[in-house]
Ligand binder design. Sequence first.
Ligand SMILES: NC(=O)c1ccc[n+]([C@@H]2O[C@H](COP(=O)([O-])OP(=O)(O)OC[C@H]3O[C@@H](n4cnc5c(N)ncnc54)[C@H](O)[C@@H]3O)[C@@H](O)[C@H]2O)c1
Length: 350
Amino acid sequence: MTEIRVRASRPYSVRIGGGLLPRCGELAAPLIEGRRAVVCAGENVFPLYGETVLKSLREAGFEAFACVYPAGEEVKTPETLVYIINKLAELGLTRADAVFALGGGVTGDMAGLAAALYRRGIACVLLPTTLLAAADASVGGKTAVDLPGGKNQMGVFSQPRLVLCDTETFRTLPREVLAEGWAEAVKCAFLREGPLQELLLGETPEERIEELVAECVKLKAGLVEADERDQGARRLLNFGHTVGHAIERCSGWRWHHGPAVAVGMAVMTRACAARGFCDAETLETLETLLRRFSLPLRCPYGAEELLAAAASDKKRAGERLTLVLPRRFGRCELVESDDRELGELLALGL
Ligand SMILES: NC(=O)c1ccc[n+]([C@@H]2O[C@H](COP(=O)([O-])OP(=O)(O)OC[C@H]3O[C@@H](n4cnc5c(N)ncnc54)[C@H](O)[C@@H]3O)[C@@H](O)[C@H]2O)c1
């Protein structure tokens, strides 16, 4: 097992390894004052791991309950959020008790927000079961639900009490859900030089998943510690996101985040290579990695459509646009930009 300490405004540990779910009660108990726990999970994940978590919590002395809702991004809504909060109230949770968010990024974001809002905030333990949630969503304290106007538009920053990534849960992931996590790992490898680069280019990254998640978490933890509220260095994590979000929006959210970000990274890197901002080898490395993890390199949308979609992206602060541009494999830079330049980059990179 690997343990990484995130020194955010409220510090917490991220533990990564096989077999952590059956131990979640014992590992969480010292960090929670109360003895009531609600396990929040989607209806795909609960039948797979719900009973294991409830059993572990009960063995550790918790009175444990389940709160189950339909799976998927479609239910990451204010309505499901209120459903969860009402459930916490019905079950009589006090401020000393805890929510256990068992699932992918949807559950982590939504149950995390429910925990942050219920009685002005109770403890949340994240139990990520997708590679994406383990490597990315569970670190940094961003919680949210979607609104009709866009993704993650209603939320707060609220750090979890503990994160337990049981890597054995990835075995039941559908291939396309696993690919979302690989996209995230490729992105991380492009941001900073480090072990992740060798790991992804090496023979069998699939067999080194604990190390891979740990390296992504370390990178994200460092950026979160430097910039918890996402106003500076943390924005490096948005590599591929300006175009990626535009693709998601153009597709009416039929394109998933991972593949959309993969294309976003490819578009930006092609444009940067054409401009001489990075070299051809950087582009080749990115394309090799995206192919390796069955991620797309192109999208069916044109520059105009993507520009219009990018204009409504919530990450825009007024007229300014901060782009993340690759300088080489292992180094990205934040560049203040505008629509005109984004248009030029799209023309070069699509
Ligand atoms: N908070 C953050 O910093 C952050 C960062 C990145 C993404 N996100 C959010 O994360 C969400 C995407 O997360 P995701 O890709 O994990 O999607 P998800 O939570 O929807 O999970 C994807 C699918 O896999 C199923 N699933 C989950 N774990 C499983 C398992 N072990 N076995 C079988 N099926 C399983 C789910 O039921 C769902 O159908 C988005 O809403 C995004 O906004 C948040």
